[in-house]
Write a protein that binds this ligand. Structure first.
Ligand code: GP9
Ligand code: MN
Length: 629
């Protein structure tokens, strides 16, 4: 142990023993460490692109969140602040270092749902050395220095008494309040709508410390709700719904059993493009023809809510309703599900999901692992040999996905396309003249749909050339609408709509094709339905029983209906708009019919059923079947 025995060190000792000085050094030092490491992380995993600069909002937010974190922890340890702050520093360093390795691979810091999945550790473990950089030493370089410092000052006794402790606690508390207030005020400029679909944007906009804080808050909130017992009302709602369900099979039950399965979810495809002619040309010539030897469903309404594309994926996999606010993929990524990927895998199929964009988008990496798919292929798994719109072109995406899929004897491949993403400006070369719509978003949208049509045709051709077409059940559907309110006037002009809300609402449909082989004579099925009905229809054709799908096979006889997230209910002959509280008949005329309205109200209960299952994670360990017994 070194003694402070010369005048300088005595002076230093005198300063350090003064109240607050040593603690302030530790607080400021820890803030500096966490701030520096967070800034490094921001650049090294490319949340922020060079050139390096501290003169920006993100540095301010990272500084403020570092302060808030350190003040908060220091508040609880007036006496043991050295050890506690060192512990905090080590913990954050390990976390940010792990974020670095994970982020270099997946482009996003770690999240709790990701930590739930064991598989990702393998992915990273295999390439750990290629992910490490010598500069990463920054995460740990200060730790030995702090430990040595603590060792040298271990005999220094700081004067302390209850009054002094009270003063420092008040000072820290005030700093904490000040830090939080400044953070809240300065972050008002952030567009948080960007955070709904891509959590990476939270880290990009507000820094990684905030990102982790948000992640933990979100996780704890869900856990608290999950652990509350079910109320009697909730149990009754569940029982009533499942008791009312029959287990009917359609006359097509099992006709595609044992075939391979390809499901194509098409970006932004609305039903009205099918059969549409513009300037004497068909917009979707191949898909129009496909109706002649497949089941075609022309009254399927999209049911996506806050999770947009990912909600459509969720419905295809689980036949449950998405949550009204937020995205299921972010709210319940660790819930148990009996997903289509898992069902097929249990039957001996290899289950793959493919999407040519960032794996963290809509939390897909975590979700598809949780769904038990064998693998989720994303942007990095494809060769970007042809780009269109956001990333790889649909045509190349189909080709590469097929190459991977056909390596297996029995496969289920879920293909989520991307090229036709809003704002549809990547189709200038497409040979479809749209007349007065040239150069408008509506015209560009039609071109994007023509492109998709060609790409899907190439998928069919490829399957045929490889002798796999007849051996594959192919399902194609749109994920959600493509033309929104801002394009309403032009869209109405294109389709000759009368400008009424009901006419507009009635075009919010997606097309659905199911191809079961060329021997099937085409059949257009007009009954109303929703995206939650696609999974039961597939299972019906494949002859698979699934006890908890909320939708119904669209091939069953009898009337259909669709419940939208806002409680609107569409029947074969009526449209009940829950926001307007108006019931419309088939001629788009408002009518009064209490019977139909109460039927609509009864159907709205399905949203509650789905919500209870999600909130309480009832698919786990047979909980739902126990309740229903
Ligand atoms: C991104 C893609 C788009 O991966 O799925 O999502 P969206 O913006 O359509 O919801
Ligand atoms: Mn989409």
């Amino acid at each position: 142990m070194l003694k402070f025995n010369n005048t300088n060190t005595e002076k230093l000792e005198k300063i350090l023993t003064k109240p607050f000085v040593l603690e302030l050094i530790f607080i400021l030092g820890t803030i500096f460490s966490i701030f520096t490491k967070s800034i490094y992380l921001q650049y090294t995993i490319k949340l922020k692109e060079p050139p390096f600069s501290l003169l920006n909002y993100i540095s301010v937010y990272i500084f403020l969140t570092s302060c808030i974190l350190v003040f908060f922890v220091a508040l609880w340890a007036p006496k043991r602040f050295k050890g506690v702050l060192l512990g905090l520093n080590i913990l954050i360093s390990v976390l940010l270092f792990s974020d670095t390795l994970y982020g270099r691979y997946y482009g996003i810091p770690l999240t709790i749902p990701i930590l739930y999945q064991v598989g990702f550790v393998n992915d990273i473990a295999q390439s750990i050395f290629s992910l490490l950089k010598i500069k990463d030493i920054v995460f740990f370089i200060d730790i030995p220095v702090i430990i040595i410092f603590i060792y040298f000052i271990k005999n220094i006794r700081v004067k302390t008494n209850p009054k002094l402790i009270l003063i420092r606690s008040i000072a820290i508390l005030l700093s904490l309040v000040l830090g939080i207030s400044v953070f809240n005020i300065t972050t008002k400029r952030i567009d948080r709508s960007r955070h709904v679909y891509q959590r990476k944007n939270i880290a990009q906009d507000l820094g990684t410390i905030y990102f982790h804080g948000f992640d933990i808050y979100d996780f704890v909130k869900q856990r608290i709700i999950r652990n509350k017992p079910l109320t009697d009302d909730e149990i009754i709602t569940l029982k009533e719904f499942y008791q009312s369900r029959g287990s009917e099979k359609s006359s097509y039950y099992g006709i595609a059993a044992d075939k391979n399965l390809i499901v194509v979810q098409v970006e932004a495809m609305q039903e009205f493009v099918v059969g549409l002619n513009i300037e004497g040309q068909e917009v979707t010539p191949f898909l129009n023809k496909l109706k002649n030897n497949s089941f075609y469903f022309n009254n399927i309404y999209h049911q996506v809510a806050g999770g947009n594309t990912s909600d459509a994926e969720f419905m295809l996999n689980n036949s449950m309703y998405p949550t009204i606010t937020g995205a299921v993929n972010y709210l319940y990524p660790t819930n148990d599900f009996l997903s289509l990927g898992k069902v097929m895998k249990d039957l001996g199929y290899v289950s793959y999901a493919f999407h040519g964009y960032e794996s963290s988008f809509w939390n897909r990496e975590a979700v598809y692992r949780n769904y038990n798919y064998d693998k989720y292929f994303s942007m990095n798994d494809f060769e970007l040999n042809e780009k269109r719109g956001w990333a790889i072109s649909d045509e190349s995406f189909f080709k590469q996905s097929l190459d991977i899929s056909l390596k297996n004897d029995k496969f289920f491949s879920f293909l989520i396309t991307l090229s036709s993403h809003h704002p549809y400006d990547a189709f200038g070369d497409i040979d479809l003249y749209t007349g007065e719509f040239e150069g408008t978003q509506v015209g560009n949208y039609l071109k994007s749909m023509r492109y998709v049509d060609t790409a899907i045709e190439s998928l069919f051709k490829e399957l045929e050339e490889r002798g796999q077409l007849e051996n594959t059940l192919i399902v194609i559907y749109g994920d959600h609408s493509g033309l929104y309110q801002d394009q309403r006037g032009l869209t109405e002009a294109l389709l000759g709509l009368d400008g009424s809300s009901i006419a507009w609402n009635k075009i919010q449909k997606v097309p659905v094709w199911i191809y079961t082989g060329s021997e099937l004579e085409g059949r257009t099925i007009e009954k109303a339905g929703g995206q939650i009905d696609i999974l039961p229809t597939i299972l019906d054709l494949m002859g698979i029983h699934h006890p908890y799908v909320m939708g119904k096979s669209l091939l069953l006889d009898g009337p259909g209906y669709c419940v939208k997230w806002d409680g609107s209910v569409i029947f074969d002959n009526y449209y009940y708009n829950n926001q307007e509280r108006v019931l419309y008949d088939n001629n788009n005329q408002p009518i009064e019919d209490e019977g139909i309205i109460s039927e609509a109200r009864a159907k709205q209960e399905e949203l509650k059923v789905s919500d209870i299952i999600l909130k309480k994670n009832l698919m786990k360990n047979g909980r739902l079947s126990e309740i229903l017994e």
